[in-house]
Design a protein around this ligand. Structure first.
Ligand SMILES: [Zn+2]
Length: 499
């Protein structure tokens, strides 16, 4: 199954909760770098630091970057024409190359050539994660053994990854959109990023949990080791890397902000802004972090399936949905489009990037409030949404020393839970937890060992856990999975009133 984890999760949320760390790892040719002898690294690092980043990211990245920079300002009719062509092409590809979509389209007597306007797409049924789980083999447009195809995965609503296939070149496209979005608040390609996003970072010779990637100019710090002592060292180190942005999970930057407030004094003056994604963003947290650092907190929404990407703009914290990335719909409980400002609906996407497994009218399980069809502040003719809430919330485990570890950082996008239907941490004592598991068919001792090994690596002894098999794990009142059933009184309460 998901032997290779290519993405981390969603956007900021669900997906966007997009885990971009793995994506960037693949971009950086990190493996090659890791294999380089230490003695060579210092020399190479100095040389690489003067080569423009866009050169390393490749032609596809540069082409897409130029395209999205321009396309974000297109007038509404040009956007609609582009979307209609892209949706029609995706439907044609799906219909002619896959048994699943041919059957689905035929069942409602739909022909891709019937698509005369974007509204016509509504005649097709929606699909969801369960559909992809069940029919993946029939949804591929090309042989998946092809060299241009990668395995992708994302967190499922049950916490079990959803596996699918996607073109190997999607990272260059995705990164063009992301960096273009960040550019709205001053990020420029090649600026250093101080990253706190769930990467496993071993301590260096001085005991600092820091690792540097000279290709991407990323300074990685471990957010599995956010004790006051370590955060103090992170902050000191960050203050020496020059004008930079923090690239974080909302939960990791709030932890850092709380620390800075506790410690007193000023945050590093070289931090130009905060790029926070892959989890829900809460207004109180944003305010707290902005007040602490004195810089803009910028967020975006995306997910591993690559269907919808939304980002804030220069002036507004509402999400502007990129119209050339995918076709966005917001549907109410009856499946009708939400067009009234203030009303909420489920985000449904038809992606333009993944031509290996077309996702057509895919229900993401994420919800948002409709704001309008353009942004008054910046003038972009993009659909505007706010208050995105994924099925994944900020959930924390507490280590023995009192530091908190975000669920998002622990999330495994590989085959660790391949024979698990559902799982949840239960914690009532710092440093200890019980991992409750609803086993799937074939679950055995090897799976137990794998879970202990893989999760254990991330937890690094800060939280030990036992595995307990159970028949079922109850969902939240809204039908969402809860990954951490947190019963340590202060920690559980702090999640109700952030920060
Ligand atoms: Zn705007």
């Amino acid at each position: 199954m998901c032997a290779i984890a290519l993405f981390s999760a969603p956007l900021g949320m669900t997906a966007l909760q997009e885990g971009n760390e793995d994506m960037k790892r693949s971009l950086s040719r990190k493996n090659l770098w890791d294999a380089t002898p230490k003695s060579l690294k210092a020399v190479l690092g100095a040389v690489l630091s003067v080569v423009p980043l866009s050169v390393f990211l490749g032609r596809k990245f540069r082409r897409n970057f130029r395209f999205v920079q321009e396309a974000q300002w297109w007038p509404a009719d040009q956007i609609r024409d582009h979307q209609l062509n892209a949706v029609r092409e995706m439907c044609r590809l799906a219909y002619t190359r896959t048994a699943f979509y041919r059957r689905l389209f035929d069942s409602v007597e739909f022909q891709p050539s019937d698509l005369k306007s974007l509204d016509d797409l509504a005649s097709l049924p929606t699909i969801d994660k369960d559909t992809v789980r069940k029919y993946l083999d029939e949804m591929c447009t090309m042989p998946v053994a092809d060299r241009s195809v990668d395995y992708g995965s994302t967190g499922g609503s049950s916490g079990v990854p959803l596996c699918f296939y996607i073109g190997r070149d999607r990272s260059a496209v995705e990164y063009a959109y992301l960096t273009s979005s960040w550019g709205r608040v001053g990020y420029r390609l090649g600026m250093p990023l101080a990253v706190l996003r769930g990467r496993v970072v071993p301590p260096d010779s001085r005991g600092l949990y820091h690792e540097y990637d000279p290709l991407l100019r990323h300074h990685y710090y471990s957010n599995f080791h956010m004790t006051d002592e370590n955060m103090d060292r992170y902050v000191e180190h960050i203050s020496g890397i020059g004008p930079c942005f923090l690239h974080v999970y909302p939960s990791s930057v709030i932890t850092l902000a709380r620390f800075l407030r506790r410690r007193g004094g000023k945050p590093p003056a070289n931090i130009r802004g905060i790029l926070a994604g892959s989890e829900n963003v809460f207004a109180d947290q944003r305010r707290y972090v902005e007040e602490t650092f004195g810089v803009r907190y910028f967020s975006w929404y995306g997910h591993s399936e690559k269907l919808v990407l939304g980002a804030e703009c220069e002036h507004s914290t509402d999400y502007h949905v990129w119209p050339t990335y995918g076709y966005f719909e917001l549907l109410n409980d009856q499946g009708n489009p939400v067009t009234t400002p203030g009303q909420r609906g489920e985000i449904v996407g038809t992606g333009f990037i993944n031509t290996v497994v077309p996702f057509i009218r895919y229900r993401t399980g994420d919800y948002a409030t409709y704001v309008g069809d353009h942004c008054e502040a910046c003038g972009r003719q993009h659909t505007i949404i706010r208050d995105i809430r994924g099925h994944r919330t900020q959930e924390m485990l507490m280590a023995t020393n009192g530091s908190e570890i975000s669920w998002t950082a622990l999330n495994m996008h590989d085959d660790t839970f391949v024979r698990v239907r559902q799982f949840q941490f239960y914690q009532d004592t710092p440093g200890r937890a019980v991992l409750r598991v609803v086993p799937a068919e074939g679950f055995g001792d090897e799976d137990r060992r794998k879970i202990h090994r893989n999760l254990g690596t991330k937890l690094d002894g800060q939280v030990t856990f036992t595995i307990e098999l159970v028949d079922a794990i109850p969902l939240s009142p809204r039908g969402k999975s809860i990954y951490v059933n947190q019963r340590i009184p202060n920690l559980a309460a702090s999640h109700e009133q952030v920060p």
